[in-house]
Ligand binder design. Structure first.
Ligand code: CMC
Length: 447
């Protein structure tokens, strides 16, 4: 539990001199927070914070980020240690249960997940309703949302057993659904999961095997996939996780909430960035064009941004991108330099941007998506699947955060307020008496 320090802030209204004391609360790590829960009742004012840059939305014990120091901890363990010494199943257990498993708990957990990997056979009929050229993220939103129709025996959110079964089901079935979506778009038959393989190996098997030819799993690629899954497993209250929590706060079923999270992840400013990085590198085409694109990114009148650069929280470096850069090199070495031109462009871009005043002053460093896209490309995974892989990895984070929210006694339905800047109240005008008003131009949306 967080502690309320005896320290307070005083808010004073200048015109009347009236003042209110605001309590300060502190967590285990990170900045203290000013508790504004009673602010509206006491003062009649809301706080205004678009993008929630200064707002904590919940109490959480799962993940901690220090953006200035480049720190990421899962349940207190540094991400670098987990990427080097642990594996994805262990990290799933840690995020979901709070502690690293004993050997016995680990075996049991792996077995539970493994035996939930198949999806209801009839889901294939549902899949066939999609157009062949549907984006796999669109298929993921639909298929995961539809799980509540196929597995309604685990949708009672007030039943801890239901919550755990639905969590296991989602962690286990997500790679299967992702592989189904992929196979469907390329017109290949669906490959069933194999219980003798670990999570990362099984995912590669379902993506690349066919009924006529078994895919030989390369341990270097399987290890790289496992690391990618670990690095993307959770990331505190980002847009998709906050979406899952907000959807869940109304009491919606877990499958519906995760489907909402997948939809939020799809955007290019969030999980869609790894796909956008590859599209951008292909557009740059040659390392000699890099400078031109860097200048475009710096131009105030050009909406182009360098994809894979910048982060809302990391303002020094992204600790995941360092691990990812190493994994990226080992994969490319193993594959004998395949796709190296893209890496050359990426490295050139990295070097120019890291030395450029614009990027230094705005603290824009390469993020995790900068390298993950290159690894996926080298593995032979098509660009449209990149964000799907992110969704597979992030599922454990979403379900852990969703469980934590449901179990939190202070949990309420999420309901932000607003500053209303529209018309004041006015009377209805009959259609014949209306005069046409010019449509106001909207400002350009930020990429
Ligand atoms: N290229 C060029 N300029 C940039 C970039 C970029 N990638 N990112 C931010 N800026 C500029 C921006 O124009 C703004 O300039 P000014 O102050 O002059 O208006 C300033 O830097 C601050 O940008 P912001 O949009 O206010 O920052 P934010 O914290 O709201 O945005 C971000 C964070 C990740 C959305 C943004 O940096 C971005 O769009 N990056 C590219 C997309 C990307 O790689 N996203 C993946 C994020 S990591 C994966 C994940 O966790 O989801």
């Amino acid at each position: 539990m967080s502690k309320t320090k005896p320290r307070t802030y005083t808010l004073t209204e200048d015109s009347t001199g009236k003042s209110w004391k605001l309590p300060v609360t502190s967590g285990t790590l990170g900045p203290d927070v000013i508790d504004v829960r009673k602010l509206y009742a006491d003062t009649g004012c809301f706080t205004y914070d678009p993008g929630f840059t200064s707002t904590g939305s919940c109490e959480s014990k799962i993940t901690y980020i220090d953006g200035d120091e480049g720190v990421l901890l899962y349940r207190g363990y540094p991400i670098e240690q987990l990427a080097e010494k642990s594996d994805f199943m262990e990290v799933c257990y840690l995020l979901l249960r709070g502690e690293l498993p004993t050997a016995e708990q680990k075996t049991r957990f792996e077995m539970d997940i493994t035996y939930h990997t198949m999806v209801q056979e009839q889901m294939q009929m549902f899949l066939r309703g999609f157009r062949r050229d549907a984006h796999p993220m669109a298929v993921m939103c639909g298929m995961v949302g539809a799980l509540s129709a196929f597995y309604h025996d685990s949708t009672d959110i007030n039943n801890p057993r239901h919550r755990m079964v639905s969590s296991y089901r989602m962690i286990a079935k997500m790679p299967t659904i992702a592989a189904l979506a992929y196979k469907y778009t390329i017109g290949q038959p669906y490959v069933y999961p194999k219980n003798t393989l670990n999570y990362a190996e099984n995912f590669l098997h379902m993506l690349f095997s066919t009924p006529c030819e078994e895919y030989k799993i390369d341990p270097v690629l399987a290890k790289a996939m496992d690391i990618i899954l670990i690095l993307h497993a959770d990331h505190e209250q980002n847009a998709s996780t906050s979406t899952v929590r907000l959807a869940g706060s109304s009491g919606a079923n877990p499958f519906a909430c995760i489907s909402a999270g997948i939809a939020s992840l799809w955007g290019p400013a969030h999980g869609g960035a790894n796909e956008a990085v590859l599209n951008m590198l292909a557009e740059i085409g040659d390392p000699k064009n890099t400078k031109k694109f860097v200048n475009k990114a710096k131009d105030k009148n050009d909406s182009f941004r360098l994809m894979g650069f910048g982060h809302r929280v990391y303002k020094n470096f992204d600790p995941r991108s360092r691990v990812m850069q190493k994994a990226c090199h080992s994969v490319l070495k193993k594959l004998g330099g395949k796709n190296e031109p893209l890496l050359d462009i990426a490295l050139e871009l990295e070097q120019i941007a890291l030395k450029d005043d614009y990027f230094i002053s705005k603290k824009l460093y390469p993020n995790v998506d900068f390298y993950s896209g290159i690894i996926f490309k080298a593995m032979g995974i098509p660009t449209s699947m990149f964000t799907v892989l992110f969704a597979v990895a992030r599922t454990v984070g979403w379900v852990s955060q969703w469980n934590e929210m449901i179990e939190d006694p202070s949990q309420k339905i999420g309901r932000p307020r607003q500053i209303y800047t529209g018309e004041a109240q006015r009377d209805y005008v009959a259609v014949g008496k209306r005069v046409s008003t010019p449509v106001k131009a909207k400002s350009k949306a930020k990429k």
